[in-house]
Every structure is written in C-alpha cells, then in structure tokens.
Design a protein around this ligand. Structure first.
Ligand code: CTP
Ligand code: CA
Length: 228
C-alpha cells in the first residue's frame, strides 16, 4: 500500500547508497571494525526504490536482507568500498554516504595469523588514515556540477548542529544528515538533523524506514528540475 501511494519522486534517478561498517584486516582472522548496523542505509535504499529510483546498495559486512528490487554489492574494507563507489559515481545521479567508514586501517595485514610468542609481549599495530570516500566523490566534476547530488552523514558526540555544518562544508556536500543520538547504532529508531546551505531541519524521532522516506523526499526536492 505504501508503495502504491508513495509518489515516484525519484523516477529515472540512479541512487547509490553506502551502508554498514567497513572491516580493516589485521590478519586473516582479525580486523578493525565498528558498531554500525547498516539499518539506516538499508532503509534509505528501500525508500529510494519505493520512490522509483534505480538503486545500488554498497554494503559493508552486515547480516541484513537486501531490500526487494535493490542491487547490492558487498565490500569489506574502506579501500574496497572506495573503488566500488568511485565507479558507480561516474553514472549515478544521487550518492548517499551512510556507511561508517573506518577512519584508520592497519598499515599492512599480516599474511598469516599472528601468534602469541609465549613471552606475554603484544603485537605492535601501526595504522594509516583511510581516504575520505565522500569528500573525494563530492570533489569530482559531476558532483560539483550537481549532476551527482551527494549526501553525507555525521556521527557527532557533541554540539551536533555546529559540527555538522562544519563537516558539510569540509566534505563539499550540499546536504549532511546528523544522527541525533546518543547511541543510534543498531536501534530501529533515530532522529535526524538535516543541514544544508539554508540552515537546519529536524526530523523527529521515528522508525528508520519512516525517516528514510522523509529523507528521500527531501533529496528529491533538492535535485535540479528536469534532471532525469
Ligand atoms: N566518510 C567517508 N570516508 C571516510 C570517513 C567518512 O566517506 N574515510 C563519510 C561517511 O560515510 C559519512 C561522512 O563521511 O557520510 C562523515 O563521516 P564521519 O565519520 O562523521 O566524519 P569524518 O570525516 O570521518 O570525521 P570524524 O570521524 O573525525 O568526526
Ligand atoms: Ca569518522
């Protein structure tokens, strides 16, 4: 019923959504990841499909079912995710970066499982910063020309409104979505703060699918007229 009554505001659009955490290998059996459940990104993919878009979901390691009608590409590391998204960004018209990309990865992954050496000494792990996938894509000519509309997310632990606006400008995106926490990881509900050039709009606490539908409507409104 919802699908029947939802206006097809994204008909003809190709929407790419990233979701979930990334996994940065330390050795063949261990890695660095985070608590992102992927639920918000999957809900956005579903809502974009309901709104008539062709949707590609680029998912880090999560155990969620693929929304009906959505194409899914599974990735692991931030570098995997970046390569996949950069290709899709060449033809997409909307990119929603909901993934919780690990900020750092081990400099190199050990080829064999790291063993205890019996002396009680611990392995030294060295990290390197991952590329900023969203900022890289937002700086590409198609995004600058608004042929590709980029949307970022922000997880902040304090001063969300100001931090989100700073982050939006730093990333070079027209729209940034702040999670009004605390502790939205893994929950079915959330509240969102939308930050754009005009200012901020709050989407009050609701189920993530409801918020995703509202966010999709907000994105559709901001697309250039006749962009299909
Ligand atoms: N992001 C990304 N690549 C990264 C880190 C983040 O594409 N290496 C994207 C996320 O998908 C999100 C946005 O950038 O849409 C903001 O992520 P966030 O972690 O809040 O910001 P950071 O730039 O990583 O800054 P910090 O974590 O230090 O606040
Ligand atoms: Ca981060």
């Amino acid at each position: 019923l919802v699908r029947f009554f939802t206006p097809k505001t994204l008909a003809g659009q190709h929407v790419v959504v990233s979701a979930g955490p990334t996994f940065e290998a330390i050795d063949p059996v261990r890695g660095l990841t985070n608590l992102s459940s992927g639920k918000m990104g999957f809900a956005i993919a579903r809502a974009a499909h309901e709104a008539g878009a062709h949707v590609t979901l680029v998912a880090g390691p999560v155990a969620l079912p693929t929304p009906r009608g959505v194409g899914r590409i599974n990735v692991k590391s931030a570098l995997n995710m970046q390569r996949t998204l950069q290709v899709l960004a060449q033809t997409a018209s909307v990119f929603v970066s909901a993934a919780a990309v690990a900020d750092w990865r081990p400099v190199s992954a050990a080829e064999q499982k790291i063993k205890k050496d019996g002396s009680g000494s611990v392995p030294a792990l060295n990290f390197v910063e991952n590329p900023d996938i969203l900022a890289g894509i937002a700086a590409q000519p198609r995004a600058v020309a608004r042929q590709l509309f980029c949307v970022g997310f922000a997880a902040e632990s304090q001063d969300l409104q100001a931090q989100a606006q700073v982050k939006r400008v730093r990333k070079g995106v027209p729209l940034l979505v702040g999670n009004i926490g605390p502790d939205t990881f893994g929950q079915d509900e959330n509240a969102l703060l939308l930050v754009d050039e005009q200012g901020t709009t709050e989407l009050p606490r609701a189920h993530k699918l409801h918020l995703a539908r509202q966010l999709v409507a907000e994105i559709a409104q901001r697309l250039p007229v006749g962009s299909v």
